[in-house]
Design a protein around this ligand. Structure first.
Ligand code: PMP
Length: 405
């Protein structure tokens, strides 16, 4: 390795130091399916860090669909959608998704990350502007950077800040507001009604990344825009299949003109292989279940309300902004987040540690997320273990951190 490259790698001291102290909490290998209980290093661990909100990744109907598609089409498409990688199955999924979210058309990508890269890099050009909430997902930020447009960030969910930015931009340029429908680490919703009203006033366009809203919010899980009754006011809806849809892949839904444009300009689509047959078929099966069995969404919300109640009663600092199955538990220092994650894992509870750059340094947190398939008993046990871990690690709960007592 060259000296220069070695010096660059040494910049990763933060990782090395946490590893040496045995508290590095990432890349933990799981030896079972992504269910409410998983196996890690031979031990059963309760999963409270999954994005499989509806708990459908092990549903027999979904697995059967994936197996059938693999038997019929094989394991891969060996090419991009643009060339030899389009199956009739992809087209069927696109038609279903467009109908599901209430848009004219849709195009699927191999991951949600790529959907954002592909769309944001090509929708706007050199003289245009993309306006981002400062807490937008990394894939929105990276897609915007690839666009050659000027990127303007506004303060999180702060409509005065967004308006001030819009006021300063030329009305002749495309101004695309790209925002998470549900913020992925904090679980709060974008203020879509206000964003729509500002976009109307200033002639801007809106793209909503609904990775965490689809499948859980809105009529039958049709997402954040539908939750607010604003589907027609949102120009572009992005979704991923790696969360409620129990698979892998992503999509953009919009009117025909935008989708046709993306099909011929989005490099993350044209120059990358298409979704595997099993992945496509799993999403189709998941859509069938979401549309015919509303009880999954109901159970998810019951679990969410129950967990939120227990966590708040116990005095954890949840920030009180989350309106979704993503419940942040703020610790506000990285060391504390790592040691709690490790202790919880020893106590048989899996949670996700969230530190910069995913969140600002003073907002480090444990991301506690619910699935429809959790039982109340599992949730009660997890909250008890959280209390135990905080006590044992000497980490203060909300009142003390805020200096209120
Ligand atoms: N957008 C948001 C808000 C996300 O949370 C994620 C995944 N963490 C993505 C996009 C990327 O989706 P995928 O996992 O399908 O690449």
């Amino acid at each position: 390795m060259s000296k220069m490259l070695r010096a660059k790698m040494a910049g990763n001291a933060r990782v090395e130091s946490a590893k040496e102290r045995g508290i590095w909490p990432y890349f933990r290998p799981i030896s079972s399916g992504q269910d409410t209980e998983v196996e890690i290093e031979g031990k059963k661990v309760l999963m409270f860090g999954s994005n499989s909100y509806l708990g459908l990744t092990n549903h027999p109907q979904v697995i059967a669909a994936a197996v059938r598609a693999t038997e019929k089409y094989g394991t891969g498409c060996a090419g991009s959608r643009f060339l030899n990688g389009t199956l009739d199955l992809h087209l069927e999924l696109e038609a279903r998704l467009a109908k599901f979210v209430g848009k004219e058309n849709a195009i699927v990508f191999s991951t949600g990350f790529q959907a954002n890269l592909g769309a944001l890099s090509s929708l706007t050009g050199r003289n245009d502007y993309i306006l981002l909430d400062e807490l937008d997902h990394a894939s929105i930020i990276d897609g915007s950077r690839l666009s050659f447009s000027k990127v303007v960030k506004y303060k999180h969910n702060d409509m005065d800040s967004l308006e001030a930015k819009l006021q300063a931009l030329p009305s002749t340029a495309v101004r695309l507001i790209a925002v998470d429908g549900v913020f992925s680490m904090e679980g709060d919703l974008a203020k879509l009604p206000d964003i729509v009203s500002l976009a109307d006033t200033y002639g801007a366009n809106i793209m909503v990344d609904d990775a965490h809203g689809l499948g859980i919010l809105g009529i039958n899980g049709t997402g954040t825009a539908s939750h607010f009754g604003l589907t027609d006011k949102v120009d572009v809806i992005m979704g991923t299949f790696s969360k409620s849809f129990a698979s892998l892949g992503g999509f953009i839904a919009a009117d025909n003109t935008i989708i046709e444009y993306l099909k011929h300009t989005a490099r993350a689509l044209i120059f990358s292989a298409s979704m595997t047959p099993a992945a496509v078929a799993s999403v189709l099966a998941t859509l069938d279940i979401i549309e015919s069995e509303p009880e999954h969404i109901k159970r998810l919300w019951d679990n969410t309300e129950y967990a939120r109640k227990l966590l708040e009663e116990a005095g954890f600092d949840t920030g009180e902004v989350s309106e979704t199955p993503i419940i942040p538990i703020y610790i506000r220092n990285e060391e504390g987040v790592f040691s709690i994650t490790k202790r919880l894992q020893e106590l048989g509870i899996f949670v996700n540690p969230v530190v910069p750059p995913a969140v600002p340094p003073d907002a480090t947190l444990i991301r506690f997320s619910l699935m429809a398939t959790h039982t109340f008993a599992q949730i009660e046990h997890a909250v008890e273990m959280l209390k135990k871990a905080f006590k044992e690690e000497g980490i203060a709960l909300k009142e003390k951190q805020n200096g209120n007592i």
